[in-house]
Design a protein around this ligand. Structure first.
Ligand SMILES: Nc1ncnc2c1ncn2[C@@H]1O[C@H](COP(=O)(O)OP(=O)(O)O)[C@@H](O)[C@H]1O
Ligand SMILES: [Mg+2]
Length: 286
């Protein structure tokens, strides 16, 4: 499922009639199977952007194409869109509502035309993928679970429909480092099985390590996009490190002040470690 976005704009209308331009003239594309990060300061339009991608809002300007089809034309199959694009919103655990975990996860499968046993199979798969013992958890009330468990149930509900495109809005915000790593590995696993992944995050380390392409938003505009490494290198130049610099890039900048020049392509700790190893072995980095 490739996504093509052309001159996309979105304005909110406040009760006073005043308009808030949240997205301005965004043109970009996302290839099938890619892992794309979206970054930018709070209020730059990230959540609005993914709501548009998921068809939850209609653009006030421009178009979104999924495999060449405009998703906002009259007659476009909204149910198919809902099955194709899965969105895990921020704090998804707040959206649990059913009496049992099994019913909650099965909810999104309602209009899928699956048989009862197929639905159960999907729910089992989704809960097991999220690390649960299906038989143990299926009849429990979601409200009785811990915060982290609730979040995993909510995500099971999204992946149960096996969306071809999976979007996460700040999925690791508020997780401890261990939970963060686990969750990022899970997202990578979904991507490796062919799901296109779009991840909004403020965590530059996570974006640097996991994504292949980046979209950078600032005040509703797409100010940069491209392969992750290239975008980070450009951001560092553009802002002189004010915004969009990873920890590893910061260390490289400090080392440069101390007269140890390392490659400007370093963006992750892993990159930094291999460059330092090479340096210690007398190699000298490029
Ligand atoms: N429901 C809304 N009504 C009016 N303005 C909104 C609404 N939601 C978001 N906005 C405004 O749109 C802009 C983009 O918001 P948002 O997409 O939530 O950004 P982000 O997710 O990057 O923090 C901000 O100026 C925000 O105040
Ligand atoms: Mg947001």
């Amino acid at each position: 499922m490739s996504i093509k976005i052309e001159k996309l704009s979105y304005s909110y209308t406040l009760p006073s009639g005043e308009k808030v331009e949240a997205l301005k003239d965004i043109t970009c594309s996302i290839e099938t199977g890619d892992f794309v990060g979206i970054m930018g300061p709070t209020g730059c339009g990230k959540t609005t952007f993914i709501q548009l991608l998921a068809g939850l809002r209609s653009p006030t300007g421009g178009r979104i194409y999924l495999d060449g089809e405009d998703i906002n034309v009259r007659g476009y199959d909204r149910n198919r869109l809902r099955r194709t694009v899965g969105v895990v919103f921020q704090n998804p655990e707040y959206q649990l509502f059913a009496a049992t975990v099994e019913k909650d996860v099965a909810f999104g499968l309602k209009y899928n035309g699956l048989s009862r046993s197929e639905v159960t199979g999907r729910v089992r798969w989704a809960l097991e993928t999220m690390g649960f013992d299906f038989e143990k958890v299926r009849a429990q009330s979601p409200l009785a679970l811990s915060g982290g468990e609730k979040r995993r149930v909510a995500i099971a509900g999204v992946i149960a429909t096996k969306p071809k495109i999976l979007i996460f809005d700040e999925p690791i915000a508020g997780l401890d480092p261990y939970g963060r790593r686990n969750f990022l590995q899970f997202i990578r696993g979904m991507n490796q099985t062919g799901t296109t992944v779009i991840m909004v995050s403020h965590n530059l380390e996570a974006l640097a390590e996991y994504t292949r392409h980046l979209l950078v938003l600032e005040q509703g505009r797409l100010i940069d996009s491209g392969p992750t490494r290239e975008v980070f290198a450009r951001l560092q130049q553009r802002n002189n490190g004010a915004f969009g610099q990873t920890e590893a890039q910061r260390i490289v900048a400090l080392l440069a002040e101390g007269n140890l020049a390392l490659s400007s392509a370093i963006i992750t700790y892993d990159d930094l470690l291999s460059a330092l190893k090479q340096e210690l072995n007398g190699g000298g980095a490029g």
